[in-house]
Design a binder for this molecule. Structure first.
Ligand code: MN
Ligand code: MN
Length: 418
C-alpha cells in the first residue's frame, strides 16, 4: 500500500509525463528515419565510415546514386528492378540491330521481355512469327509492318514515332525501316523468357524442308528453290519498298484486307488524365481491342512532378524509360523499400500489387511507357484509398488529425502536384 502514497503517485505521473514527451520526440525524430538500428548515410556519425576506398566504377555509380546512398526510409532489400537496354549486348547485322532485356538477364522480369531494335532505311526484320504476342512502341522514324490475320487476310501499315502495334501470338509478320531515317522501336513480348533471337523464321523452315516437299507444297518446280539461303536472314538490308497502297493491293487475298486494327496512334488521343504536373494516356483493349495481352500507359511527368503512390492489382509493370531522369521507390512486405534511379533507355519492373512511386529528378520531362500483361490497365491510388476509407479509422491508424485526412482528394490525379 505504501507504494500508492500520494507522493509516489505524483512521482509516477511525472515519470509518465516525461516518458510521453520522450516518446513524442523520438517519434518526431523517426519521421523519415523509421528503422532500428537506423539506416542511411544521415545516421552515420563518422563520415569516414561512408568512404569507399575500394575499387570504383564512377561512371556506373553516377547512374545509380540512390543505390550508392539510399534514403533513410529505404530498408532491407528486394530483387533488382533496374535494367537497361544500354548495358545489353547488341546483335548487329547489315540493315540494323537489336538488343534485349529478357528474364535470363533480369530475373524479376517474369511476365514480359523487352527488345530494342533499329532498322535503317530499307532494313528488314525477316518474315517470322513466335509463340508470344508482340506489342511495340515506335521511338524514332518510320516503319512498315506486314501481318497476316488468323482468317488469312493481310494487313500492311506504316507507323511513325509514338505509334504502337500489336501482333497476337503466332500471327506471321515483318518489319521494315523506311526512308529517310529508318526506324527505332521497343518490342514487348508477353513472356519474360521470350527472345528476339529465338523466333520462327521463314528462312529456317524452308531451308530445313526437303526440296521435294517444298515443290509439292507451293506447286512450283524444285528448281525454283535452288536460290534459297541456307542461313537465316533475321535482319538484312532490303530495297526501299514500293508505295503503301501498291503493296496493300498486291497482298490482298480474295477475302480482302484484314479488318483488325493492328496499330494505334496515342498522339491522336486526349490524355486519360492530365494535371499541371503531367499526363497519362491509357491504351488497352478499351481503345485498342487487338491488344488482348498487353495494356499500356504512356506517362509524362514534368520536372518536380511525382507519379503518385500507387500499385496495380492485376499485373506486373514493365517500364521503358524514353526520356528524362527519375527515381522510383518500390515498397514490399518485410517491410522492404528500395529506391533506384532511371534514365532514358532504362527498363524498370514492379511486381503485381507492390506499392511504388516515381519522382522526376531532372530538369526535363520524364516520358515513360508502362506495360502490363493484361487486357486492362488497373491502378489503386493510396491517396484515393485513404480518402475513400472511414475518416475515423484512417485518423486512428495514422494518429493524424481527421480534419487533415478530410483534405485528401477522392479523385486520382496520377501525377501530382495536381
Ligand atoms: Mn516479331
Ligand atoms: Mn505503376
Amino acid at each position: 500500500m505504501r507504494e500508492f502514497s500520494r507522493r509516489n503517485i505524483l512521482a509516477a505521473t511525472t515519470v509518465v509525463g516525461v516518458t510521453t514527451a520522450i516518446s513524442a520526440a523520438a517519434s518526431a525524430a523517426q519521421l523519415g528515419n523509421p528503422d532500428r538500428p537506423p539506416e542511411g548515410a544521415a545516421n552515420v556519425a563518422n563520415p569516414k565510415a561512408l568512404a569507399e576506398p575500394g575499387p570504383q566504377n564512377p561512371n556506373l555509380a553516377r547512374q545509380l546514386p540512390s543505390a550508392g546512398s539510399p534514403p533513410p526510409t529505404d530498408v532491407n532489400g528486394m530483387p533488382m528492378f533496374w535494367s537497361s537496354f544500354n548495358i545489353m549486348h547488341k546483335r548487329i547485322q547489315d540493315g540494323g540491330w537489336a538488343r534485349q532485356v529478357t528474364q535470363s538477364d533480369f530475373q524479376i522480369s517474369e511476365d514480359v521481355s523487352g527488345v530494342n531494335m533499329r532498322l535503317g532505311p530499307g532494313g528488314v526484320r525477316e518474315l517470322h512469327w513466335h509463340q508470344q504476342a508482340e506489342w511495340a512502341v515506335m521511338t524514332d522514324g518510320k516503319c512498315r509492318l506486314t501481318v497476316l490475320d488468323g482468317d488469312g487476310r493481310a494487313a500492311v501499315r506504316d507507323v511513325n514515332a509514338g505509334d504502337l502495334w500489336y501482333f497476337p501470338a503466332g500471327l506471321p509478320h515483318s518489319l521494315q525501316g523506311l526512308g529517310p531515317s529508318g526506324a527505332e522501336f521497343a518490342l514487348v513480348f508477353d513472356n519474360g523468357r521470350a527472345s528476339e533471337y529465338n523466333t520462327l523464321l521463314l528462312t529456317d523452315w524452308v531451308a530445313h524442308t526437303p526440296p521435294k516437299v517444298l515443290a509439292e507444297n507451293f506447286n512450283l518446280p524444285v528448281s525454283a528453290f535452288q536460290p534459297i539461303p541456307v542461313d537465316d536472314r533475321w535482319i538484312y538490308q532490303g530495297s526501299e519498298p514500293p508505295p503503301l497502297a501498291q503493296v496493300q493491293r498486291e497482298v490482298a487475298s480474295s477475302l480482302g484486307p484484314s479488318d483488325i486494327e493492328f496499330t494505334f496512334s496515342p498522339s491522336a488521343m486526349a490524355p486519360t488524365r492530365q494535371t499541371r504536373s503531367g499526363s497519362v494516356k491509357i491504351v488497352d483493349t478499351r481503345n485498342f481491342p487487338v491488344s488482348a495481352t498487353i495494356a499500356a500507359a504512356i506517362v509524362t511527368i514534368k520536372p518536380g512532378g511525382l507519379r503518385e503512390l500507387h500499385w496495380h492489382p492485376n499485373a506486373d509493370e514493365w517500364q521503358y524509360w524514353v526520356q528524362g531522369t527519375g527515381r522510383m521507390t518500390v515498397f514490399n512486405t518485410g517491410p522492404a523499400a528500395m529506391t533506384l534511379d532511371f534514365h532514358a533507355g532504362d527498363v524498370g519492373y514492379v511486381k503485381k500489387s507492390l506499392g511504388h512511386y516515381i519522382e522526376n529528378t531532372g530538369s526535363t520531362d520524364v516520358v515513360m511507357v508502362e506495360t502490363f500483361k493484361s487486357d486492362r490497365f488497373a491502378e489503386v491510388s493510396l491517396a484515393q484509398w485513404l480518402a475513400c476509407s472511414p475518416r475515423q479509422m484512417v485518423a486512428e491508424t495514422l494518429k493524424m488529425d481527421p480534419r487533415l485526412i478530410e483534405q485528401i482528394s477522392k479523385s486520382r490525379p496520377d501525377i501530382v502536384p495536381a
